[in-house]
Design a protein around this ligand. Structure first.
Ligand code: HGY
Ligand code: MN
Ligand code: MN
Length: 418
């Protein structure tokens, strides 16, 4: 097993931990002074420091910390027999989107640590092992594939494809993983670990307004909207902004921009569809330069995977027509695809029994719990976000709801531990 080293810049709190207290310990890690909020890409200094924070907090609780072949960190509360079969696992992620909020990911990790404290304070002696896990690259913000850590563990991504993923600076995942203590030859499906997981329960900030409308602090998840990412590259003729007449241009920025509007119009025609172009990159990207190429990344989501496929197909056809009208060409490449996930009904029922007040909510946001769902019984607990906004510095959770969430997670875990 590998262990990461990092230099911590925070003094962990010594009093009984609260979720808010734990999150305030890491509040200075990965702050983004340009975008606002947090930018904590996987294996960045900020994320390595967050890993170190988690390892320290887990050690403080007497948990046995191990990093698996794919870079996920596991903190085990073993039973006396050290038998790790049928483990109850909770946790989330520490990486963020660019300019993200403080709760997306870390709330689930901090709540899991506090839930362990609560279970210990209740004198709980687990009859099955409990583990807190931190999955890397959940946002896919550095290497482009969401939930890369859990996809690798479950075999949902080909290890070769993963090794060759590149970040915006051209670093491969293989090189980056190696530089952080992993052996890229061995990344991929982990039968042993997967076989040990009896159930996975992830707590996460709600990334919407459901709980605001219901005036409830927590909810139990029912499903995750199917979603995928595609890269479209528009190729034209790079040229000088001053010497090239408008009639002589083959400008991929125009083709890309017209296609972004067509994407919005296409998604509007499909009830429940969501389509986003949040990232667009001209090459070479000079103010006085007509781009030779423009890449953008498309995020499409819909409850019916067939509709998602049809929307992508329609967008691809429209992009080709628009590109031709602009004297350009376009190619489209799928980067990741996650089918709609319905969480385990039996596990959901057990959570409902433990948390009878909690309403049931679906979500449009992807999670590691969704990736694990085809392999092990999974469930999620959402905590109210009074801003209703996520993937933005405005994301929020009030202290009281954060505490309620940790208590609810402890109650759910306790019900599953006996
Ligand atoms: O993109 C998502 O839905 C998740 O936040 N990674
Ligand atoms: Mn998340
Ligand atoms: Mn997210």
């Amino acid at each position: 097993m590998t262990h990461l080293t990092g230099i911590l810049t925070h003094q962990a709190s010594t009093t009984a931990a609260t979720v808010t207290g734990l999150l305030s310990d890491i509040a200075n890690l990965g702050t983004d002074t340009v975008r606002g909020g947090y930018t904590r890409p996987v294996y960045s200094t900020a994320e390595l420091d967050l890993r170190e924070w988690f390892i320290q907090e887990a050690n403080r609780r007497g948990l046995a910390v191990e990093t698996d072949r794919n870079g996920s960190i596991w903190a085990w509360w073993d039973t006396p027999t050290k038998d790790r079969s049928n483990a109850l696992v909770t946790g989330s992620h520490l990486d963020s989107v660019p300019g993200g909020g403080p709760f997306d990911g870390p709330l689930g990790v901090a709540s899991a640590l506090v839930a362990v404290d609560i279970l210990k304070s209740r004198g709980t002696n687990p009859t099955r092992p409990l583990a807190v896990v931190v999955f890397p690259e959940e946002e896919g913000s550095r290497f482009g594939v969401a939930c890369l850590g859990s996809r690798l563990m479950t075999g949902a991504i080909d290890p070769d494809k993963a090794r060759n993923l590149r970040d915006p600076d051209g670093n491969t995942f293989a090189d980056t993983a190696k530089a952080n203590g992993l052996d890229p030859r061995f990344i991929g499906r982990d039968e042993v670990l997967l076989g040990q997981i009896g159930a996975f329960v992830e707590l996460h900030v709600e990334q919407g307004r459901g709980l605001i409308g219901l005036d409830q602090p927590i909810a139990i998840a029912s499903s995750i909207l199917g979603h995928g990412r595609w890269r479209l590259s528009f190729h034209g003729q790079g040229n000088h902004a001053g010497t090239t007449l408008m009639a002589d241009r083959h400008d991929p920025m125009i083709a890309a921009s017209r296609t972004v509007v067509a994407i919005r119009d296409t998604a509007r025609e499909q009830p429940h569809a969501r389509a986003t172009v949040g990232r667009l990159q001209p090459v070479p990207g000079g103010t006085n330069v007509i781009a030779s190429r423009v890449d953008f990344w498309l995020d499409i989501r819909h409850p019916d995977d067939a509709v998602t496929a049809a929307v992508v197909e329609s967008i691809h056809t429209q992009a080709q027509l628009i590109a031709a009208e602009e004297g350009c060409t376009v190619d489209l490449r799928e980067e990741s695809l996650s089918p709609t996930v319905h969480f385990d009904p039996a596990l959901q029922k057990q959570l409902q029994k433990a948390l009878p007040e909690a309403p049931i909510l679906d979500t449009g946001a992807g999670h590691d719990a969704g990736v694990l769902s085809p392999h092990v019984p999974t469930a999620m607990i959402f905590v109210r976000n009074p801003s209703g906004v996520s993937h933005s510095p405005e994301e929020h959770v009030v202290d009281e709801d954060a505490d309620t969430g940790a208590q609810a997670l402890a109650d759910a875990l306790q019900a599953l531990l006996v």
